[in-house]
Design a binder for this molecule. Structure first.
Ligand SMILES: C[S@@+](CC[C@H](N)C(=O)[O-])C[C@H]1O[C@@H](n2cnc3c(N)ncnc32)[C@H](O)[C@@H]1O
Length: 447
């Protein structure tokens, strides 16, 4: 039976927008392995396109609908949203198809009046799509950026204060771009060049990552995890900025590493790779079920030196005091650097979430620092661009813990001239500047 890609897209959007599901998990659940590549690509484009541009799309619907937005049934909202997305963002879809296919879905999910309403709203938008009005840029700059680039006003306000209008505009724009899929080559089994050659022979369009030494960018990645090369552990899906963490930690073979927030194990398994699968990594997390993912990844990649332990990093473990050569704190964070990959973060996070997570991050960092030997290395990283969770937190830590100091690592990143502060011991990564997930990585030594 031919599947209806648009119908799968509205189901995913319903789960994400109404039930708080994560987009990647919901897509994986709703998209079966038998689905054709073109259909899967279309579903992904509709889902991510709507999630990225939701505020703008809803603004357009509100401008053309006589029914109050709040009164529109949730499933019909998703149908309108994918209709508007196709009309305004997908040149290759004729307007008639965008409208008719949405009306057909409305027939299935609503009564006669409803599909008449969907038809009317979408036809009206199609006729006026070149004259859509936005809030005035000069009079209401925050609202203008918020609607045009679909980011919540509190976030725009916050970013303008720290980064200014132009940077915020560029950041919002970059957050709405589709990120490239990056893979980390498992150098325990194969070199970057050898894996690139195999993937190219199989029809994948790949290039080397700019900063990470083990990464490849795959421009047409659909179904890449179905390859034997993935099953056999030749690579791991991981964004380039995340790969820089183990690269900067640079652990020696036969050392003891403690990774206090390790699940699902992207960085832990990379650390093991850097250690040549020799030594020991204690990989902890507060959730047992998440640690199973670390074990699964390690098994697939052929890594034998990871010992997973369920442990709350807020509880000091006396057994490990002064024992570790390296400690990684890849802290739980607001995740605001990952908007390109998980656009629903824009709608699910609140400003208070940032305030409440800072204490957790600080307390985890202080405990973890105690596990290091003298001369041990402490790396703190987050996938957010909020300074309170990053450099401001580190400065406070350094002020209160004088036996630690930042150490530079500009010789550890390719093309490091793009990071102004790597020689000072930390980097701030921004999607609009570096075309990677927003990240913060800093490296300290215990004196
Ligand atoms: C940013 S994620 C780690 C990602 C991981 N390092 C990787 O590269 O795959 C943060 C992790 O911290 C864990 N976490 C949250 N609170 C914690 C706590 N109090 N103690 C230990 N782990 C915690 C979360 O379950 C989550 O897996």
């Amino acid at each position: 039976m031919k599947i209806n890609a648009r119908e799968i897209a509205i189901k995913v959007l319903y789960e994400v927008n109404e039930k708080g599901a994560y987009s990647n998990i919901s897509i994986n659940r709703n998209v079966s392995i038998e689905i054709e590549k073109n259909d899967e690509d279309f579903i992904r484009e509709l889902v991510y396109g709507v999630l990225e541009n939701k505020l703008y799309i809803d603004w357009v619907i509100k401008s053309f609908s006589k029914v109050k937005f709040k009164k529109i049934a949730p499933m019909i909202k998703q149908i309108l949203r994918i209709g508007v997305y196709q009309l305004l963002f997908m040149d290759k879809i004729p307007d008639s198809a965008a409208v008719n296919e949405s009306v057909n879905l409305a027939k299935k999910y609503g009564h006669r009046k409803v599909y008449g309403f969907v038809n009317g709203v979408l036809r009206n938008i199609a006729r006026n799509k070149n004259n859509i009005e936005l809030p005035d840029k000069k009079e209401e700059p925050i609202k203008y950026l918020s609607i045009k680039y679909s980011h919540p006003e509190w976030l725009i306000k916050r970013w303008i204060k720290v980064y200014g209008f132009k940077f915020t505009k560029d950041l919002c724009k970059a957050n709405n771009e589709t990120p490239k899929l990056n893979i980390r080559v498992n150098t325990l089994k194969i070199s970057r060049n050898e894996l690139a050659k195999i993937l190219i022979e199989k029809g994948f369009d790949v290039e080397r990552t700019k900063y990470a030494t083990d990464g490849l960018i795959v421009h047409n990645p659909t179904k890449i995890t179905g390859l034997n090369e993935f099953r056999n552990g030749l690579f791991q899906i991981q964004d380039e900025s995340s790969m820089l963490v183990a690269q900067i930690l640079k652990p020696e073979e036969n050392s003891l590493v403690i990774d206090v927030c390790s699940a699902p194990g992207g960085k832990t398994t990379h650390i093991a790779q850097k250690m040549n699968n020799k030594g020991k990594i204690i990989a902890r997390d507060i959730y047992r079920h998440k640690l199973n993912l670390v074990n699964d990844n390690a098994k697939r990649l052929g890594i034998k030196i990871i010992e997973t332990q369920q442990h709350d990093a807020l509880k000091l473990d006396d057994e490990l005091l002064g024992k570790a050569d390296y400690c990684l704190v890849d802290a739980p964070c607001s995740g605001l650097g990952l908007i390109r990959r998980k656009p629903e973060i824009k709608w699910n996070k609140k400003e208070d979430d940032i305030h409440s997570i800072i204490k957790l991050q600080y307390d985890i960092l202080v405990n973890s620092s105690k596990y290091l030997k003298q001369g041990g290395i402490l790396v703190y990283s987050t996938c957010t661009i909020e300074k309170e969770e990053n450099i401001k937190l580190i400065n406070r830590f350094l002020k209160n813990n004088s036996q630690f100091k930042l150490i530079g690592f500009d010789n550890m990143i390719e093309n490091c001239e793009n990071f102004k502060t790597s020689d000072k011991g930390y980097i701030e990564i921004y999607p609009n500047i570096n075309s990677m997930d927003g990240f913060f990585i800093c490296k300290m030594v215990k004196m």
